[in-house]
Structures are given as structure tokens and as C-alpha cells.
Design a protein. Structure first.
Lengths: 204, 114
């Protein structure tokens, strides 16, 4: 970097810098009941993050786009937070102090003027294999941000899945599978790896 | 703390600690790819033009990576299609492998540093 600022934490991990196009902020939190649909998502500017307070699968169908939605097919209520690009939302803390970082184009890349921050715990890289445990530890307040997710019931009664997340008492593991009916209507399962990074995060 | 930045909001709540890392978006965009009419071995591959991603290298996967909500098979054996981010030095391409011609894939992608 020729000029600007970069800040790394005590562990050497990136915190923020002026090279970035922009950061992420929490814009909404809530719950999605079983079989209910969260609407109004803009997947072009947002990341939907989920968690559940009980053990079991988190699965559903994310519809992409500027009028996106998420159908909760987990069989249980899930909690969610929505992260949005900072340029697409206004900071909600009106205090006239704190820190703001702008890049060389004058775009705000980091601001402390949101009422709650976001802590990135870990990242599972592209290519994470199905069955991998991507987080171990307390699940209190821990969300994950997934890439694509699809779990719907097909017309034949079979199901097609892309990403499920299995919550145990202290782990989150990923299941990347697709189900296709064979000529007799029986499902054929094909495992694959992730094509997007997966974020494990919590609110401060 | 030894070094780094701690930030508190006006309520005194810690919103950025010296052990916190964050996800910053370096580049983002929407790329539309359509599989070609001619394939090889039953696979129809299309690769985007080169896209800038400052700081990206072929190997720094623990700090620079990609986020997408587009569905693909991940490139593994036996999958019906694949969506692959080909890493370069400061640039990348997006590769889409379909099993049919003229299949259009809209890829919303973010290049993230964390």
C-alpha cells in the first residue's frame, strides 16, 4: 500500500484499512419461524447470517437478487442478523466523536458510529469439504454467514439441497450435498465443497 | 493491549477490540456468464475477463477471499456444475463449468479481506 492506514489486531489479523472499498455493518436482527420466509433481502449488498439456539440442522432456500428472500426449512425457529455494505446504510449513532476511515476515493470504509460492532471469529475458505466442522466453542451469540443455500422439496417429493449447517451443543459443521432422483425416483446424494467463503461471527 | 485499536461507542460498549478482526470489502460486482455452444467432454466452460482485486495473490487465502451467493457445485468430482474463482496476482477470473450450452449464471461476488 503506497499510502493510507492499515490496522492489524494483537493476533496479526486485519481490522480495517483505507484500501478497502467499504466495510460491513449490522442493519437488522430478528427471528424467522419454521417454514416462514424473510423477505426484503438484497443479496447484492447484504449477507444474511443465521444461528439456532437448539441443536439440529439449519437449512433453507435463499433466493438471490435485489428482492431476495430466505425460506426457513430448518424445522425450528432460527435467529438472523443482516450485514450490509456501509455505503448502503447510514450509521445510527449520532455521537460526534469516534473514528472514520475513508479510502482514496472518499468512500467511508470504516466507522465506529454504529451502535454495535461486528466480530469476525473465523472464516472457512472456499473449497471447504462437506462434513467439515467449521467452528468449535460456545454457540451463544454465534452466527454464520453462508454463501448459497438451497433446500426445497421437489415436485417428485424428493429434495434438493446445497448447504445445511449442523448445530451440535458446541460445534457447527457443514453439509454440502445435492440430491437427485434416479430413474426410479430414489434420491442420489452427491457431496461437494463450498464455492464461497463461510463467515463465523458474533456481535460485540 | 500491545497494539491495535480499541473503539467504544457513545454508550461505552466495546465495538472493536484489539483481538477483533473484521471483514472489509475490497472489490465487489455482478458478473454474468453464459456457457458456450461448444463444449469439451460434455463440459461447457466460460471464463470471465480479468477483474482487479488489489492485494490478492494465488496463495493468501487466509486473508483475501471471495464471497458469493451464486450456486455452483464447488468444483468437486461428480457435481453437475462448478463455479470457480481463479486467483491471480492482483486479479482474478470467474470460471463457470456447465453441463449444457447457453446456460446463464449471474454471479454476485465480493472480494473480501479479513
Amino acid at each position: 500500500m503506497a499510502y493510507g492506514i492499515e490496522v492489524f489486531n494483537n493476533n496479526g489479523s486485519f481490522q480495517f484499512g483505507s484500501e478497502a472499498q467499504e466495510g460491513l455493518s449490522v442493519i437488522d436482527t430478528g427471528t424467522i419461524n419454521s417454514a416462514a420466509t424473510l423477505t426484503g433481502l438484497n443479496t447484492q449488498n447484504e449477507i444474511l447470517c443465521l444461528r439456532r439456539s437448539t441443536t439440529g440442522l439449519v437449512r433453507g432456500n435463499l433466493t438471490e437478487g435485489t428482492s431476495g428472500s430466505f425460506l426457513n426449512n430448518s424445522g425450528a425457529t432460527v435467529d438472523y442478523i443482516r450485514l450490509r455494505k456501509m455505503t448502503q446504510t447510514t450509521p445510527n449513532d449520532t455521537a460526534n466523536y469516534g473514528i472514520e476511515i475513508y479510502n482514496s476515493s472518499g468512500v467511508l470504509t470504516y466507522t465506529s458510529k454504529y451502535t454495535r460492532g461486528l466480530k469476525l471469529i473465523s472464516v472457512a475458505n472456499i473449497g471447504t469439504a462437506s462434513g467439515t466442522t467449521i467452528y468449535t466453542g460456545s454457540l451463544t451469540g454465534v452466527y454464520y454467514g453462508f454463501g448459497a443455500m438451497s433446500y426445497v422439496t421437489g415436485s417428485s417429493g424428493n429434495t434438493m439441497g446445497v448447504a445445511n449447517f449442523n448445530y451440535t451443543s458446541n460445534t457447527i459443521s457443514v453439509i454440502f450435498e445435492r440430491y437427485y432422483p434416479d430413474p426410479f425416483g430414489n434420491p442420489i446424494t452427491i457431496s461437494h465443497s463450498s464455492q464461497s467463503s463461510l463467515l463465523i461471527l458474533a456481535r460485540n | 493491549m500491545a497494539y491495535g485499536v480499541e473503539i467504544y461507542n457513545s454508550s461505552g460498549e466495546l465495538i472493536l477490540s484489539d483481538t477483533t478482526k473484521t471483514a472489509s470489502i475490497i472489490v465487489s460486482g455482478v458478473t454474468t456468464l453464459t456457457s458456450p455452444t461448444t463444449g469439451s467432454g460434455g463440459v461447457y466452460t466460460v471464463i470471465s475477463s480479468s477483474i482487479n482485486f488489489p492485494g490478492l495473490t494465488a496463495s493468501n487465502t487466509t486473508e483475501y477471499n471471495f464471497w458469493t451467493t451464486a450456486q455452483g457445485g464447488g468444483g468437486g468430482f461428480g457435481t453437475l456444475e462448478a463455479l470457480i474463482f481463479n486467483r491471480g496476482s492482483g486479479t482474478f477470473t470467474i470460471e463457470y463449468r456447465a453441463f449444457s450450452p447457453n446456460v446463464t449464471k449471474v454471479v454476485r461476488w465480493w472480494g473480501i479481506r479479513y
